[in-house]
Design a protein around this ligand. Structure first.
Ligand code: ADP
Ligand code: NI
Length: 217
């Protein structure tokens, strides 16, 4: 993507995400697009298509913009204004329709570029950044950090996942620890394994501290 288009894209995204508390901020989108390009290069895919689709992937998300979700109106009108060829717009829309996580109703994208953007989006939900995002989301929604009485509920459908309220530590069991095994590309799988190990180590430490069982040095 050339510098001028990139700068106008950032301007558009800043406006879209300016009031967000759902974890769909500009920085998330930029991380996903950088990660998508890295994966695409390693997988010999179309990196510029991955980059544009990643930049557009959350602008019509149901949490952020429920009215435009179905038609992807925000993404379409931006790309039309920028005179992106129709064929490329349709390729981008096709990718973003397939990327979002919706419990057990989630689909595997049917293009390599779709698989890559989905991987990049999911990678941003795990590891050090993923932990920070989960607690930022939990805080914004008044959730407890953890509650030993609350048992995690796995395998929720799309509707159940969207309506479900629980603690942020439960979110690790309900989503974050599942993502490692949902990566599409080998490149993302390798990155996910490392991030998943890090989250498990972090959660073990958290639970030790919760119970006052940390050892003295
Ligand atoms: P995306 O569309 O980026 O794949 P989501 O919309 O599912 O992700 O969530 C955005 C961010 O907020 C992610 O980092 C996710 O883990 C976090 N998040 C979503 N739901 C919860 C929750 N119930 N508790 C804690 N974090 C959450
Ligand atoms: Ni996202």
């Amino acid at each position: 993507m050339d510098d001028k288009l990139y700068n106008r894209t950032i301007e558009f995204l800043s406006e879209q995400f300016k009031n967000d508390s759902s974890g769909h901020d500009l920085d998330h989108t930029l991380r996903v697009s950088r990660m998508a390009v890295t994966i695409a290069e390693n997988e010999h895919a179309d990196a510029s298509l991955c980059e544009l689709a990643a930049l557009m992937h959350d602008v019509d998300d149901y949490k952020l913009s429920p009215d435009t979700e179905a038609e992807h109106r925000n993404a379409r009108s931006f790309m039309n204004r920028e005179n992106i060829p129709d064929e490329e717009i349709e390729a981008v829309i096709h990718i973003i329709e397939q990327v979002s996580f919706s419990g057990t109703d989630t689909q595997v994208p049917d293009t390599l570029e779709g698989k890559i953007v989905q991987d990049a989006d999911r990678l941003d939900a795990i590891g050090a950044i993923g932990i920070a995002r989960a607690f930022a989301y939990g805080g914004a929604h008044g959730r407890k950090l953890y509650d030993p009485k609350e048992i995690p509920e796995n395998h929720l459908s799309k509707a159940e996942y969207r309506n479900h309220v629980s603690t942020t530590v439960n979110h690790f069991h309900e989503k974050l620890f599942l993502l490692k095994n949902m990566m599409n590309t080998e490149t993302a799988k390798q990155i996910a394994i490392h991030r998943d190990e890090f989250m498990h180590a972090w959660l073990d430490e958290f639970l030790l501290e919760w119970d006052g069982r940390n050892q003295f040095r």
